[in-house]
Design a protein around this ligand. Sequence first.
Ligand code: NAD
Ligand code: UDP
Length: 319
Amino acid sequence: MDRILITGAAGFIGSHLCDRFVNKGFHVTGMDNLITGDMRNIEHLLPLENFEFQHHDVTEFVHVPGKLDYILHFASPASPIDYLKIPIQTLKVSSLGIHNLLGLAKDKKARILIASTSEVYGDPLVHPQSEEYYGNVNTISPRGVYDEAKRFQESMTMAYHRFHGVETRIARIFNTYGPRMRLNDGRVIPAFIGQALRGEDLTVFGDGSQTRSFCYIDDQVEGIYRLLLSDYTGPVNIGNPEEISIKEFAEEVIKLTGTGQKIVYRPLPQDDPMQRQPDISRAKKVLGWEPQVSRSEGMQKTYAYFKNLPPGELNKKEH
Ligand code: NAD
Ligand code: UDP
């Protein structure tokens, strides 16, 4: 049985990856310090024989007993309000954390895939973004703690690949959504759905002309799974190229929820990227992958999930 370590296991994407690898017959060790994660995302896995959980901060020395074939490094605060609230931890998890995990990969001769991000392209001057684009990141802005840490993480990963021969994979993940996101994590999809469910107006930042391209979680998991098992070492964009402005998206959410809310405008956060759309030619070519779930189908599933949360969840304040 192949053994895999998944960091950030109790988070949104990490927990779905745990499900996938458990279902594929891997032995999965999930690791998380629960700083933004929630044990409820993986509690259904705890009784299984091929799943175990380690409560651990990956910025401290990481120890996994026995053989290890694969590592997925998904631990990191991922929403702008999280990484603005915990900036030092955000920098540490993609620097000290990746150093520990690359050391572990080297020691165990395991293949490691890192969760990088479209944020390595910053506020892009090239559109859509292909893997060849070097990016436009403001290192000293409040967002810089996330973007620059992820850029460092990619460099460290390539250094271990070139210098130590570690087998590495780099997924550049674009905005991904679905069940198990935190309702109040500040990201636009839970924010809009939460506001609609509470009967509040939807807060569009800036004039809403900035764009994003939203990928449903099942497509994301499939892309990561294929990348891990592929032979490709360079970075690969995994995202859905269907692009929409945030204002139009707010209108879609109002239609979907049928709540008749209004849109209200709030200031645009500093260095909020104006446009974002993945060029996924590489993923299509090397992984034979492209998204299968339309925004309308994915949003219906996501809305159903949030609507069915226990009533107390809706009004819960963050941290
Ligand atoms: P999330 O906040 O739901 O999950 C992150 C998990 O990492 C949490 O469970 C958290 O407790 C854990 N964690 C954070 N620091 C840790 C540490 N030092 N030690 C151990 N565990 C730690 O976020 P997510 O959306 O699931 O994102 C997962 C990964 O994917 C992140 O690396 C993120 O940067 C990347 N990513 C996500 C998106 C997206 O749209 N969701 C886009 C690009 C990249
Ligand atoms: N956004 C918004 N209203 C909200 C939350 C976010 O208009 O209540 C905007 C935000 O300014 C950004 C886009 O939605 O332009 C996506 O934001 P998110 O935090 O989901 O992700 P990221 O900026 O990291 O892509």
